[in-house]
Write a protein that binds this ligand. Structure first.
Ligand code: 4NP
Length: 173
């Protein structure tokens, strides 16, 4: 596995992550909410900038899906997202772009025509200690159990991702 685009993290130079799925109403808002929660729990909110986006525009402006919200709330996590479309400027703005599945990955890479940003683009489940088939499955058309599975996958992956990034934080003495 190649390493994500790493840099020393400080309050002046926070680490910027964007989680990306198709609609930006189920998977990536859940990942965003979980990661925000973990960062706050660790007292590291000044060191990260966390966002999510979708490769499609169907749901722009919408809050997270009600089943995603109910599942996250059950675990004590709030999902603040309003859906937006992933755009070219995000390649410049973010340090790490995390695709939920291989379709998201190919849509993102298609936008990066000159292959300038490939070291910033990763699959979320590269960080999952139990990566399964490597995809965060789309729960949109299924029942609550699919949303719970997505939550568990994203919770494990976010935990491992934060553990990987934490040593890059340079705290002021
Ligand atoms: P997401 O799920 O990509 O995890 O937000 C979906 C949301 C909406 C649709 C597909 C997937 N849709 O086709 O509208």
């Amino acid at each position: 596995m190649s390493k994500p685009y790493h840099h020393p993290i400080s309050k002046e130079n926070p680490y910027k992550l964007v989680f990306v799925c198709l609609g930006n109403i189920c998977r990536s808002p859940t990942a965003e909410g979980i990661f925000i929660h973990k960062v706050k729990e660790a007292g590291l909110e000044d060191y990260f900038y966390i966002d999510s986006a979708g490769t499609a525009a169907y749901h722009v402006g919408e809050s997270a899906n009600s089943k995603s919200q109910a599942t996250a709330n059950k675990h004590g996590i709030h999902l603040p997202s309003k859906a937006r479309k992933f755009e070219y400027a995000d390649f410049e703005d973010f340090d790490l772009i995390l695709a939920m599945d291989s379709e998201n990955l190919s849509n993102i890479k298609e936008l990066d025509r000159k292959n300038r940003f490939s070291d910033k683009i990763k699959m979320m489940r590269e960080f999952d200690p139990s990566p399964g088939n490597g995809e965060v499955p789309d729960p949109y058309y299924g029942g609550l159990e699919g949303f719970e599975n997505v939550f568990q996958v994203l919770n494990r992956s976010s935990e491992a991702l934060l553990e990987e990034l934490e040593p890059l934080i340079e705290k002021e003495s």
